[in-house]
Design a protein around this ligand. Structure first.
Ligand code: 0RA
Length: 684
């Protein structure tokens, strides 16, 4: 072996342990390919050997921002490095200490970061190279990650770069070493503090830089505490020792000053604590473990279904929280869903269980899942989602068998769970059906006839619908109205006579269909007063015989199809003028001939040459004339259409006589009331 090769071989041995980022840094520093990678050592890798300036310039690239979450990422990076030592079997405790001045210490009893002089830089220790070299291409380049820990590989140097002060103590080979850094730069050289007999491992103490995180930024005791404690749950082989300055705990709930965690029961302990005081659907937590925690392919989980609380899934890969889930969670859902459906088949409930989705199953599930895989890949904005495909397979395989076993081993609780999940599925289907109906009726309400010029007010109370005859009257009315409260529906020509038309014709009539749509209240037995979209329905037709005829057809329609609308006092007749009388600036309007004669007598000087105009129809009126005479609530006259209680039978009788199918009856009525009729009426 050539000398040079042996040398690099040696340095590889030196850095053969975790964390890989550190390992890689050392390898890169030694001028050789990153261990584990086949790629030749390229210019790109050299680029990687930068100082820490880029980290301070663009912290977001390395820790996803500078907010509270990013700040706590610093702690995650440091404890994950220590955790890697523990998982590799070199350390069995980790101490986390939060101090009043805002600094945080993470210590372990692992092998200690190597302190040997670096072969390539004889004046620098390996420790200094690890702490001051940006070795991974940043957290967004997954190819170069092979570490399990930290910010998925960016390394402890990022923490150093973003700390105003950081000191490392290494106890290794019976000696204690120390080096101090400020904002990523060595403040001291590596000091040898002398012999230590009963100590080994690494201690990193750091204070995040307020220049980066802002003057008020500080670790939240509760958050740090939970992050630290979770490591103990995730790996029973490590003891987590917590301590926090009492000054920081004023007003903080549930965080002790000192605490030591070691959970032999692993995730089951975690779930027992997390569901404490809640009612479970079944008595026994479903938990298990496959493989040795910390080694490739190992899976551990604990799940319980809580009766009346929302569920949650806390998942981890290599003890790193994956708050956005990912492939391992997909494996868990698949195993549980398949397991439960298989069980349903076995107990003859397959049909009912067919509707179950994994949402039904997971909605009430409180679950923790931990998987260990080599070279995990993370995705998402903050790299909080596991992307490695093998994780899905590993988890599903491990959990499916165990779940089958759990279900088969206790049929009573398996059936409880099945019934409960089926209930959820059925309730979901019911809710969806209800929502569909609600949506359909909302759409129906919204599908208003195109000709309707609706008012902007949506409340029925205070809004009015003017039913007018013809598009030209409709146009005038639209201009004359108060848009907020007055809607206009123009009808074209004579509407169908409902008293003489058959049901089919009625159903096909577009004019009436539009009217029914606009009103929103339905007809016949389906009439619902609370759905009526307007408080007043006003028939506004020309002040002539045609107009009267159309009004009578409409009233007949309402009387036959929605009598409640009349009974409840919603139907009105507008009273438009027939004449305009003007003389010397004075303008008056008259409803009919009698009114005209009266006004001429009373309101104008005798013999005055009053100009008399006769409106041929509403469409002829200027919008402001129409408003003032007929539509403005302050000036108009409305006639309310009423059904007099004592006249009920008479009314029905007259409607039939006047509007019904028998022309003779109508003719007879006209004969009786000849003075009100003129020839046009005979056309009916
Ligand atoms: C590089 C190489 C070795 C260990 C470590 C780094 C190491 C890093 C941290 C960070 C926190 N605690 C740590 N403990 C160890 C392997 C050294 C060897 O082979 O002896």
């Amino acid at each position: 072996m050539p000398k040079e090769a042996r040398k690099t071989q040696k340095s590889d041995d030196l850095f053969s342990g975790r964390p890989a980022a550190a390992k890689r840094a050392a390898a890169a520093a030694a001028g050789k390919p990153a261990p584990g990678g086949e790629a030749a050592y390229t210019a790109r890798d050299i680029e990687v050997l930068e100082g820490l300036e880029p980290v301070r310039r663009r912290p977001g690239m390395y820790i996803g921002g500078t907010d509270e979450k990013a700040l706590h990422h610093l702690f995650a990076e440091v404890i994950d490095n220590a955790m890697d030592e523990a998982l590799a079997g070199h350390a069995d405790w980790i101490e986390v200490t939060l101090e009043a001045d805002g600094s945080l210490t993470v210590a372990d009893n692992g092998r200690g970061i190597p302190v040997d002089p670096h072969p390539k830089f004889p004046d620098k220790s390996a420790l200094e190279v690890i702490m001051c070299t940006l070795h991974a291409g940043g957290k967004f380049d997954s190819k170069v990650y092979e570490t399990s820990g930290g910010l998925h590989g960016v390394g402890v140097s990022v923490v150093n770069a973003l700390s105003e002060h950081l000191e490392v103590e290494v106890a290794r080979g019976q000696r204690l070493y120390r080096q101090v850094f400020e904002r990523g730069k060595p403040k001291t050289g590596l000091e040898d503090l002398g012999r230590v007999a009963n100590r080994r491992g690494t201690k990193v103490r750091f204070r995040p830089d307020p220049q980066i995180f802002g003057p008020k930024a500080a670790f939240k005791p509760q958050r740090v505490f939970k992050m630290a404690r979770s490591k103990a749950y995730l790996f029973g082989g490590v003891e987590i020792r917590w301590s926090c300055a009492p000054e920081l705990l004023a007003g903080v709930d549930g965080v002790p000053e000192k605490e030591t965690f070691r959970f032999a029961g692993g995730l089951k302990d975690f779930l027992l604590a997390a569901t404490h005081g809640q009612t479970l659907v079944h008595p026994d937590i479903f938990s298990g473990r496959v493989g040795k925690v910390g080694s490739h392919g190992a899976v551990e989980w604990a799940i319980a279904w809580v009766a009346d609380a929302d569920g949650f899934v806390s998942s981890y890969c290599n003890t790193i929280p994956t708050s956005e889930g990912g492939t391992h969670e997909a494996g868990l859902r698949a195993a549980l869903l398949r397991g439960l459906k298989d069980h349903a088949e076995r107990v003859g409930q397959g049909k009912r269980a067919a509707a179950i989705t994994s949402e039904d199953l997971m909605a009430g599930a409180a679950a923790v899942l931990s998987v260990f895989i080599r070279e995990p890949e993370f995705q998402g904005q903050t790299k909080d989602r596991l992307a490695s495909a093998e994780a899905a397979r590993i988890v599903e395989q491990a959990m499916k068998d165990a779940f089958d076993h759990w279900l088969a081993g206790n049929p009573n609780q398996a059936n409880k769970l099945l019934d409960w999940v089926i209930d959820r599925a059925e309730e979901r289907l019911r809710r969806r059906a209800e929502k569909d109906i609600a949506r359909k009726s909302a759409v129906k309400k919204l599908r208003l006839p195109g000709k309707l010029a609706d008012c902007t007010n949506t409340a029925a109370e205070g809004s009015e619908l003017f039913i007018v005859e013809g598009d030209s009257a409709g146009g005038s009315a639209k201009q004359a109205r108060d848009r907020a409260t007055q809607a206009v529906l123009p009808l074209r020509g004579k509407i169908l006579n409902v008293a003489s038309a058959g049901r089919d014709k009625l159903a096909q009539n577009q004019q009436l269909a539009d009217l029914v749509q606009a009103l929103g209240c339905g007809t016949g037995v389906h009439y619902r007063d609370e759905d009526l979209r307007y408080g007043r329905v006003i028939i506004m037709t020309d002040a002539d015989v045609d107009g009267a005829h159309i009004a009578s057809l409409l009233i007949t329609f309402f009387y036959r199809q929605m009598p409640k609308l009349i009974e409840n006092g919603h139907l009105y007749l507008a009273v438009p003028p027939l004449y305009r009388l003007s003389h010397g600036g004075k303008v008056l309007y008259a409803r009919d001939d009698a009114h005209k004669d009266e006004l001429l007598r009373r309101e104008f000087p005798a013999n005055a040459k009053v100009e008399i105009g006769r409106f041929k129809g509403l469409g002829e009126m200027m919008p402001n004339q129409l408003r003032e005479t007929t539509m403005d609530p302050k000036k108009r006259t409305l006639l309310k259409v009423v059904l007099l209680a004592e006249d009920r039978e008479d009314t029905a009788d007259s409607v039939e006589r006047l509007m019904g199918t028998k022309a003779e009856a109508r003719f007879a009525f006209i004969q009786e009331h000849a003075e009100f009729a003129d020839e046009e009426m005979l056309d009916v």
